[in-house]
Every structure is written in C-alpha cells, then in structure tokens.
Design a binder for this molecule. Sequence first.
Ligand code: ADP
Ligand code: ASP
Ligand code: MG
Length: 410
Amino acid sequence: MALIVQKYGGTSVGSIEKIEGVAKKVIACQQQGNQVVVVVSAMSGETNRLIELANQINEVPPAREYDVLVSTGEQVTIALLSMAILNQGSKARSYTGGQVHIRTDNSHTKARILDIDEAKVRKDLDEGNIIVIAGFQGMDEDGNITTLGRGGSDTTAVAMAAALKADECQIYTDVDGVYTTDPRVVPTARRLDKVTFEEMLEMASLGSKVLQIRAVEFAGKYGVPLRVLHSVEEGPGTLITYENEGDSMEDAVISGIAFNKDEAELTISGVPDHPGIAYQILGPIGKANVEVDMIIQNVGADGCTDFTFTVHRNEYQKALEILKKTAKDLGAREVSGDDTIVKVSLVGVGMRSHAGIASTMFEVLAKENINIRMISTSEIKISVVVDEKYMELAVRTLHNAFGLEEKPAA
Ligand code: ADP
Ligand code: ASP
Ligand code: MG
C-alpha cells in the first residue's frame, strides 16, 4: 500500500464545486489502494482578503496576530473538504497545523518547520481515514500559531511527505506542471517533463511561485519524490528529479526563466571606505530580520564608496528607514531607493558546461534597449535587475532568443 500526500492550492479549492471535485479525486486515489493525506490552501483570494483587513488597521500588522488571522483561511478549507469527502461516503478527518504537531520556530509570518510528530496521522490513516491538513501553518513551542510565508502550503505538504516517508508528494495546481517560464507571461512557454532539484530550487528562489522555495529545499533534503500536476486535467505533470539519476534529462543549456517582481533596491552613497563597512551597513538590516538578496559594493574613490542592495518589496520602507539612520551614524552622503525594479534570471544546470550565456543574455537585452542595473551569477543561473516596466519584454525576448519553446534533442 502506497502513501500519497496531495496538495491542492487556492484556485483548486476556490468554490464548493471545486472542493467537491477535489474530494472525488482524493477518494479515487484512496480507492486505488493508497493511504492519502491531503494538504489544502485557503480558497483563492482569501489570504489576500484577510491581509487587506489587517492592513485597514495597521500597515505593518503585529506579526503574532497576523498569523492568527491569516491561518484561518486554511481552517475553512479543511473543514469543507472533509465534509465533502464524508458526504461522498468516505472517512475523513481534518486537522489544523498545530493539531498534527507541525512544530515551527517562532519567527511569525515566515516560520520554519522544525519537526512533525506524525503518530496521530498514522493512526488515523490506519483506521481508513483520509487526512485533511491545513497548509501554511504550524505552532511554536509556546503554542502560538505561526505561518510559513506566502505559498507555504507547498512546504506543509512536502514536510508531511518527508515525515511520513510518503511514496510521492503531488502538488496539484492551476497549471499542468513546471514550465520554462510562467505560462501566464509567455504563452509559448513549454511544460517540462522533468526538472532537477537544483534547477527547481533556483527557479523557486528567483521568483517562480509554482513551488515555494522551502518546499523544494525540504524535498531535496529528505529525498521526497515530488510532482507538480494540474488539479483537474489529467496528465503526467512535471517530476522533480536528482541530477545524478542519469536518465533522459533534457539536454538543455537553459531550463527556464524566472522573474521576481517583489524586489526593491536601496543605495547608500559616499560612505567612508574602511574595513567593516559592509557589516556596519547590513548588520542593522539583518538584525531587523530583513533578508538581503543582491549586494554590490563599488570600487572606492577618494576614500568613499557606494553600496547597493536589494530586499523584498514588502520590507522596502523598513529597510529604507534603517539605512537612513545608518547613513547618519556613518556620515554617508546620500540614501536612495527604488521599489519599481524586477529581477529576471536564466536557470539551467547546462550552463556549467557552456560559456557565453551571460554575454548572449546581455546582447539580447541591449538590442531591446533594456538597461541592466545589477547582475549576479552562480554556476547555474544569471540574474539581472531591470526596470519593472521591461519585465515582460525581457522575459519574452530571452525565452525566444534561447529557443525555450522548442524541446531540445534528447
Ligand atoms: P497554488 O494556489 O496552486 O499554490 P500558485 O499560484 O501558487 O498556485 O502557483 C501556480 C502559478 O505559478 C501558475 O498559475 C503560474 O502563473 C505561476 N508560475 C510561475 N512560474 C511558473 C513556471 N515556471 N511554471 C509553471 N507555473 C509558473
Ligand atoms: N494561503 C496561503 C497563501 O495564499 C498559503 C498557500 O496558498 O500556499 O499564501
Ligand atoms: Mg502556491
């Protein structure tokens, strides 16, 4: 008997009709002889609605209470899905994250799962139940409700699959797999049959929200077999594989293009160029729990230097205020920022063995008159920061220039 964890995202449970469809699918999976655990998101639009309510009181809501609020979306869905399963004649039990002992750290709004005590779930499964678990949430050791960051239900599903040593974790969503880029931006994007964990990790971290990055990290760490599928249409979806599996991986140099609209850029100019300056600038930002992404320090001149870095757009104001204070303390000339930038990235393990990808990328963007503001590279990715208004143009022309709509020869 196999154990399958299935996860259904917001649009896939966006109405009672859809929830009844999910119930049918889940029951069919059980009737094929599997034990089934289902993780669900809030109904589509619900998490945004809750955040907007909070924002009417406070632009930056108190984090603990924010988590109490936004975790309610998933609680609605688990109850409705369990009711639908029961109504269709199968056994089901719904649980919140805390109830199935998804223990997290206490960093509210972006908590990390520490461990899961899966004993209760196993007992219920052995009694023939379909287990329905609220995604996106957990509990810290003091019993506070925590949430795992936007898109966190993916991570709940993969973590449950890891804890239960499931045979497969299936992420059902509103597209039929992982594409060469977001098919909503580039209609000619192509579904990938397989993508390596490394590539998926880069794609997710660089903005492809089809899977939350922590879900991919978990899957890689615990070797969870992971597949992305359409929640209604039948099809093979996309399998996330290990590079060293040595089977017929697509022989592409570039596997995909990711983009991230959630970025903002900050610059501090005319700071005294002495050892420790990077720490003095970024230390206070880190202490405020703001994650820094790209960093550039210019070559110093006249004993002074400039420093530019990017943060999540939600944390732009917070970072700007901290940086202004640091500038005052250090006697820097100026602080400036821009929250209308995007990061566009090429990803592919094939880049390791191919030179010249970066220069082709820069040439393509230059031909379109798109100015590059920052560049960062690693072994399997090249990212550029450009003005937000060029995002679609950049992604489309790069997708075309690297021939991603064509399946490469095996
Ligand atoms: P869910 O609510 O099911 O979790 P999400 O909206 O979080 O769904 O993720 C699915 C969406 O991810 C798709 O609708 C698509 O627009 C977007 N997306 C971004 N990049 C990709 C990609 N490379 N392949 C497929 N979908 C992508
Ligand atoms: N409902 C949460 C969100 O909208 C979690 C998820 O959908 O994965 O971010
Ligand atoms: Mg999602």
